[in-house]
Design a protein around this ligand. Structure first.
Ligand code: ZN
Length: 256
């Protein structure tokens, strides 16, 4: 549904670690490395002439992008922190008979890397971006794995999203709905004027063509959904106007 991503503009959590160890920052899901762990995908074997080498595993994560980024594209810094073999002990974890002082005996140290990830213009929810060679290191001369990022659209204060269409709730005064009006509504590229036809009901869908998200060179639409607001308190002069309308109007909402 439309509200699926309306988490105050920010995704929570992400998925649990599998295989563990790789941490991310800059994906929009975490403020700190410690709060989000990437997923590790599968690697694969490949045969060299002499010995078997192993390609590094792919590393997967979700990346949250704003609707503006999804429409226009952007470049994002994504930081990864992952365990690599300790240079001091070559991964053995020991220095003579004692634990290696560099890695504390674990055989690995954490290394941080920042990658500039290009978000192309005109993307939508669920698209997978492959950053070649930025996954886990291979062994035995094998190629490194890839970094696979799955695009998630962040919630937006103004718009709900359904595929490439956007939905915006527009509040109208009763007389605007009755008489018609020209009003300004926001889009991802600034405001546009739309015409409210006379006699517009609450819940009407007004289409603004081509103002949705992009996908494969085409654009979705923006749907403006009308809501009619009534004043909860009226001053003396307004009350007099409403009372005059009530006494003189021929409108019968519950007849015919
Ligand atoms: Zn070590």
């Amino acid at each position: 549904g439309w509200e699926a991503f309306g988490d105050g503009g920010r995704f929570r959590g992400g998925r649990a670690a599998r295989g563990g160890g790789v941490e991310f920052d800059g994906t929009g899901f975490s403020d700190f490395f410690e709060q989000f762990f990437g997923r590790q995908g599968t690697g694969g074997f490949q045969f060299d002439a002499e010995e078997m080498s192993e390609r590094g595993r792919d590393v997967e994560a979700d990346i949250a992008v704003t609707l503006e980024e999804a429409l226009k594209g952007s470049v994002r810094s994504v930081s990864m922190r992952r365990p690599v073999e300790c240079n001091q002990c070559k991964g053995s974890g020991s220095a003579g008979r004692r634990p290696c002082p560099t890695c504390g005996g674990s055989g690995h140290i954490m290394r941080s890397e920042t990658h500039q990830v290009k978000i192309p213009a005109g993307v939508t929810e669920g698209l997978r971006l492959r950053v070649s060679g930025k996954g886990e290191a291979g062994t035995g001369g094998g190629r490194p794995g890839d970094l696979l990022l799955t695009l998630r659209l962040a919630g937006h204060p103004d718009f709900r999203v359904q595929d490439t269409d956007l939905f915006y709730d527009l509040d109208l005064a009763p007389w605007e709905a009755v008489l018609g009006a020209n009003v300004r509504v926001p889009t991802l590229e600034g405001e546009v004027n739309i015409k409210i036809p006379p006699g517009t009901q609450a819940g009407a869908r007004l289409r603004v063509r081509g103002r949705g998200l992009g996908k494969e060179g085409a654009r979705g639409d923006l749907f403006v959904i009308t809501r009619i607001q009534v004043p909860t308190q009226v001053g003396e002069s307004d009350r007099a106007l409403w009372e005059r309308l009530a006494q003189n109007s021929r409108f019968k909402p519950r007849e015919g």
